[in-house]
Design a protein around this ligand. Structure first.
Ligand SMILES: [Zn+2]
Length: 256
């Protein structure tokens, strides 16, 4: 193997490893993004569930308040009944017409109050009935939603554990890959990736860098395409590789 061939072979391997490193870093990025959003997804589903629990709690509060009203009305009715009995008990001792008329007025007034209380009681009891009927449905609905949430949470936690494991594996694979690459390229790669939106290795298309869309010399493009020389874009510094574009899919191949 002559010196030139050996140099090219080395560069070819370095380039291939750099391409793999970029792929691995993309994978790590995606996994980290996935991992980041999971706790928020669980929290927002939980918040939604708590909102639905609020609806159930509000109904229960309404029922409790109606029960309180009903018991107050029962007490009021009893007090008025006592009042009526006491007033009527005065009748045998009445001496004048005027006194008699006054007592009749009083019993009329009490009767009006009693009727009002009874009407109100009826109203409260009807409302209580309808609220009581609403409750089992709402409870069942909530229970269903709670079960659904618990399932979702379990699924998301399993996903979280799986992604975490995949991330650790990917990081280990990255570390192994880094060992295969000349440290000076790694330093350059990391620096470019930091400066260029996480992309340090980019494919060319024709004579164009797909990272910054600047053209390069045809000779450079040719060498990149052959995959035997390690070139960096003159404009954006990214390492250049050649990944053929996938065959464009025909209309019929894309189901609608
Ligand atoms: Zn470029």
């Amino acid at each position: 193997m002559n010196e030139e061939t050996e140099k090219r072979e080395k560069e070819r391997v370095q380039l291939r490893n750099l391409v793999e490193l970029q792929k691995k870093d993309n994978e790590i990025n995606d996994l980290e993004k996935n991992l980041e959003i999971i706790p928020g997804q669980i929290a927002s589903a939980q918040k939604e569930l708590e909102g639905k629990k609020g609806k159930l709690n509000a109904l229960q509060e309404e029922i409790d308040s109606l029960k309180k009203q009903r018991s107050q009305l029962e007490q009021d009715a009893k007090a008025e009944a006592d009042h009526m009995a006491k007033t009527k008990s005065k009748l045998p001792t009445v001496k004048t017409n005027k006194e008699y008329t006054a007592i009749l007025h009083e019993t009329d007034a009490i009767q009006t109050k009693i009727t009002e209380i009874e009407d109100k009681e009826l109203e409260v009891m009807e409302l209580l009935d309808s609220k009581d009927q609403e409750r089992p449905g709402l409870e069942a609905e909530f229970k269903g939603e709670e079960d659904q949430f618990n399932q979702y949470k379990q699924k998301k936690e399993a996903e979280q554990a799986r992604v975490q494991k995949e991330l650790e594996e990917a990081k280990a694979q990255r570390a192994a890959l880094v060992k295969e690459i000349d440290p000076k390229f790694i330093t350059r790669y990391d620096k470019i990736r930091k400066l260029r939106e996480n992309v340090a290795v980019v494919s060319i298309k024709g004579d164009t860098c797909q990272g910054c869309h600047q053209n390069m010399q045809p000779q450079v493009a040719l060498e990149v395409r052959a995959g035997e020389r390690l070139h960096q874009c003159q404009s954006c510094d990214r390492f250049l590789c050649y990944i053929p574009e996938p065959e464009p899919q025909t209309e019929s191949a894309v189901p609608k």
